[in-house]
Ligand binder design. Structure first.
Ligand SMILES: [Zn+2]
Length: 516
């Protein structure tokens, strides 16, 4: 047998072996051959901005379950194929769809005023009717406090929280007391029962799930929540796994704070709202766009490069996450058009359903559970338009030297910081329970807290030089990980949480309306 056939036989064995044994981290010598060609492709032949423009301006917002999300799947698949990759759309079951309809919210007392607001997603409308009532604020953080206030919600629009602390960045700098107040506010809103025992926490979580149902039963018109951003920017969320039983408006912080001041001064604001949303209950099929460059030596071992393609719909999902999706597409273009052949397969996955709870990536991991030991790593870009500053190790301190070596060729692009940070809220999390090393790149902020889920998340927020840099870093990282001499040591395995609807207390469910 000649040398090349030995290599081929070993490669064939490796490809067939279901569970490639991971190497020791210190043995994973990084070969950065090809990095310069990839950087040149991404910086000098970039298609990232023209692709982002088409995705955001022409296809537009890509709410999972909408026709635009499907168009984005088809268009990205067509782009991957045009760049020479093999690809397909991979189906998964989402849940019911939600379509935003006409919306108007007006203050009718103490003076007429158009309120800057929008319907929360997966919340019902008012059936097109205008529902007018007083705005009340109640304390609904515990069952006891709710009982005290319950009678006041009948026929009212209900606020259940104090206004967010929105800092004026052009004003005087924060004092120590301001920071402490802000920390305390976040703590009380996001982790109110942090210090309680687990049984109490579970009971309070159940109560929080039940609150919208309790409000509906008590005759409330709907919930009013603070967008919590500056300059009338809105916010958005919602999921088919938490369909609300009554309307919920997200109101610009300026208007929410106005309601609160009026109430404190003894003047009851009155709100007139009409919403015409469409909710469907039957689960629909959605798709992840999947394309790959097949590995020359270990085609069964796979580096996944990913981002989510879906978006919220107030803006056009440019920075969340058109930028990540288009950098992923661009990394594919760079590797393919540089003519580089990776040893392992590099698979590019554009997930949908991310905004409703990482559903597309969780379903992907679930469907491919048997292959997870062959996934070298998952690298995700999902923090806006900012240039990549480096990698967050996600608790994998053992991989620090590996990441430093992978990112060494992009040090000149400012992308070589490696920090031991654990990041949440993006698709890499879906793979961690299976022991797959998963990472979400760190990026410059570039206004992401403003554009994120707001109506200002549009194409013009994209920064060309940053996105070209990010595409280069993704391509270089993917190619280096695909060419490592062995598999990266697996992470700790945990039981993956199945995708399921938030559980509402049985006593609150109305018969005949489905699961909730
Ligand atoms: Zn998002």
């Amino acid at each position: 047998m000649g040398r090349s056939s030995v290599v081929a036989a070993v490669a064939a064995w490796a490809a067939l072996s279901a569970h490639p044994a991971p190497a020791a981290a210190q043995d994973l010598v990084v070969d950065t051959t090809g990095a310069a060609a990839l950087v040149d492709q991404a910086l000098s032949h970039s298609a990232v901005m023209q692709n982002l423009e088409y995705l955001t301006d022409v296809i537009g917002p890509r709410l999972t379950g909408s026709p635009a999300a499907r168009r984005a799947n088809e268009w990205t698949l067509e782009r991957f194929k045009a760049y020479g990759l093999d690809g397909h759309l991979e189906p998964w079951q989402f849940g019911g769809t939600w379509t935003r309809g006409a919306f108007r919210a007006r203050l009718t007392a103490p003076r007429p005023h158009e309120v800057t607001a929008a319907s929360w997603a997966w919340a019902p409308g008012t059936g097109g009717a205008t529902l007018t009532g007083p705005v009340v604020r109640i304390e609904a953080s515990t069952p006891d406090s709710f009982v005290v206030h319950r009678r006041r919600v009948k026929g009212a629009w209900v606020m259940t929280r104090v206004p967010s602390l929105v800092w004026n960045n052009d004003g005087p700098p924060m004092t120590g007391a301001d920071s402490a107040r802000q920390r305390e506010f976040s703590r009380s809103v996001f982790t109110p029962f942090r210090d309680a025992d687990s049984a109490t926490r579970a009971r309070m979580q159940q109560f929080a799930n039940d609150v919208p149902y309790l409000l509906r039963r008590a005759g409330a018109l709907g919930l009013v929540v603070d967008a919590g951003k500056e300059h009338a920017l809105l916010n958005m969320s919602g999921s088919p796994n938490r369909i609300l039983p009554l309307p919920q408006l997200v109101v610009a912080h300026e208007d929410f704070a106005l309601f609160d001041r009026l109430l404190a001064a003894g003047t009851t604001p009155r709100l007139a709202v009409s919403i015409a949303n469409t909710l469907t209950r039957d689960s629909v099929t959605q798709w992840n766009t999947v394309a790959e460059i097949r590995g020359g030596e270990y085609p069964g071992e796979v580096v996944i490069v990913g981002a989510h393609l879906d978006s919220w719909d107030l803006g056009t999902g440019a920075t969340d996450n058109g930028t990540g999706a288009m950098c992923t597409l661009e990394a594919a273009r760079a590797i393919a058009q540089a003519g580089l052949k990776p040893k392992r397969t590099i698979r590019f996955v554009l997930f949908t359903g991310e905004e409703q709870g990482l559903i597309g990536s969780r379903k992907y991991a679930e469907a491919h559970a048997a292959e997870m030991d062959s996934i070298q790593a998952v690298i995700v870009l999902d923090n806006g338009t900012g240039a990549i500053t480096g990698q967050a190790l996600q608790g994998r301190g053992d991989l620090e030297a590996l990441w430093r070596a992978v990112l060494a060729p992009v040090a000149a692009l400012g992308a070589d910081s490696v920090v031991n940070r654990t990041k949440g809220g993006t698709d890499h999390l879906s793979f961690l329970p299976y022991g797959v090393p998963g990472f979400n790149f760190n990026q410059l902020e570039r206004g992401y807290n403003h554009t994120h889920h707001s109506q200002s998340d549009t194409y013009d927020m994209g920064i060309a030089a940053d996105l070209m840099q990010a595409s280069a870093v993704m391509a270089v990282s993917a190619f280096a990980l695909a060419n490592l001499p062995g598999m990266i040591p697996r992470g700790e395995r945990t039981t993956p949480t199945p995708v399921q609807a938030v559980k509402v207390s049985d006593s609150l469910l109305v018969k005949g309306t489905g699961r909730n």
